[in-house]
Design a protein around this ligand. Structure first.
Ligand code: ZN
Length: 309
C-alpha cells in the first residue's frame, strides 16, 4: 500500500513521549510538510518518568517530583527543537501533560475524560491522517495510547481519518495493510538531525535510538471496524502457574471492565483456546482487551499487552 500526500493532507501524530515523533514518524512529518500539508503533534506525556537517563545525565541518584518535572520540561524543549528540524512550529505541539508510564492507569480511572481530550484535538484539527502507536507495542503507554485514540476517532464528529499505526518497541507483525514510506538520503538525514535534538535520551541510549530511527518508516493501516459478538477467542494461553496473578481489562465506548483471571467469564473451546463471554454485541465502536500481571515488577514492558476483539 502506498501513501499519497498533498497540500490537503492534515497529519495528526499521537506521540506518548517526546522522541516518538522523530523515531517513528520523522520522515512522514517532513514529507507532509514538503507536500504543503499541515501537521499537529498530540504529545500525551512529557516523558518525565525516565529515571535512568536522568541519573546518568544529572549524576544524581535520587529523583523526586521536582527533578521529574524539570526533566519533563527539558524533554519538552527537546521535542520543540526536533519539530523545528522537521519543519513544524511550536504551535503545532499539543501537550497533554499526562503522567509518563501512567497512560494505562489514566485510561482505566478516567476513560471518558481522557477520550474526550483526544476527541477535542481531533475535532479542532480535523486530520485526514492519524499516526498512532501500534496496539501491539510492548511499551504500556503506547498500547494504551492506541486504545484511547481509536475510541476517540470512533466518537469524534466528522469524517473518519485514515489511521496508520507505528511500532517503536517490539516485533513487527507482517501481514496485510502494511504501508512503507519512500525516503531519500536527504529526508533521512533530516530525521536523524531531529532525533539528535533529544539529547537527554541520546546520552544513555543513543545507539538504540539511532537503530530504531534508522529503520525505514513502516506503518500498519488500521481498519476502524468491529465485529458484533457475545464472545471472543483470546490470543493468549498463559501458564496455569501464573493465573492467580493475572488480570483482564476490557475497554470499549461503554467503559472499562476488569476481572482477576480466575473470575473472568472464560471457557475453553475445542481447540484449547480461551474464550471470553458476556460481551455486549450491541456496543458500538472498537473493543480492546488487555492481559496483565498484578505483581510489581521492575520490567516496564508488557508481556502480553492488548488485543482487539
Ligand atoms: Zn514512547
Amino acid at each position: 500500500m502506498s501513501l499519497s500526500l498533498n497540500a490537503r493532507t492534515r497529519l495528526l501524530v499521537v506521540a506518548p513521549h517526546p522522541d516518538d515523533e522523530s523515531i517513528a514518524t520523522g520522515e512522514l512529518i517532513l514529507q507532509v510538510r514538503q507536500a504543503g500539508g499541515e501537521v499537529q503533534i498530540l504529545l500525551l506525556t512529557n516523558g518525565d518518568n525516565n529515571p535512568w537517563p536522568q541519573r546518568w545525565v544529572e549524576r544524581r541518584l535520587r529523583i523526586g517530583a521536582d527533578e521529574r518535572r524539570r526533566w519533563g520540561e527539558r524533554r519538552r524543549t527537546e521535542v520543540t527543537q526536533a519539530l523545528a528540524q522537521l519543519g513544524v512550529t511550536g504551535e503545532a505541539l499539543q501537550p497533554l501533560g499526562w503522567p509518563d508510564m501512567g497512560i494505562t492507569r489514566r485510561l482505566c480511572d478516567q476513560l471518558d475524560a481522557s477520550v474526550e481530550m483526544v476527541v477535542q484535538c481531533l475535532e479542532a484539527f480535523r486530520p485526514t491522517l492519524v499516526a498512532l502507536p501500534a496496539l501491539g507495542d510492548h511499551h504500556p503507554d503506547h498500547g494504551a495510547a492506541h486504545v484511547l485514540t481509536r475510541l476517540a476517532v470512533a466518537g469524534a464528529d466528522g469524517e473518519a481519518p485514515r489511521m496508520l499505526a507505528y511500532l517503536v518497541h517490539g516485533q513487527e507483525v507482517t501481514g496485510k495493510g502494511r504501508v512503507k514510506l519512500d525516503s531519500s538520503v536527504g529526508i533521512h538525514a533530516t530525521k536523524m538531525a531531529a532525533l539528535a535534538c533529544h539529547r537527554s535520551q541520546m546520552a544513555l541510549s543513543g545507539k538504540r535510538m539511532r537503530r530504531l530511527a534508522d529503520r525505514g518508516e513502516r506503518y500498519q493501516a488500521v481498519r476502524g471496524t468491529s465485529v458484533a459478538a457475545e464472545s471472543a477467542v483470546l490470543p493468549w494461553q498463559p501458564s496455569r502457574l501464573l493465573q492467580r496473578w493475572l488480570r483482564l481489562t476490557l475497554v470499549d465506548e461503554r467503559g472499562v471492565r476488569q476481572w482477576p483471571w480466575r473470575q473472568a467469564p472464560l471457557s475453553m473451546d475445542g481447540q484449547g483456546r480461551y474464550v471470553l463471554h458476556g460481551l455486549d454485541p450491541a456496543a458500538p465502536g472498537p473493543r480492546f482487551l488487555k492481559l496483565h500481571m498484578n505483581l510489581p515488577s521492575p520490567w516496564i514492558f508488557d508481556r502480553w499487552g492488548w488485543c482487539e476483539l
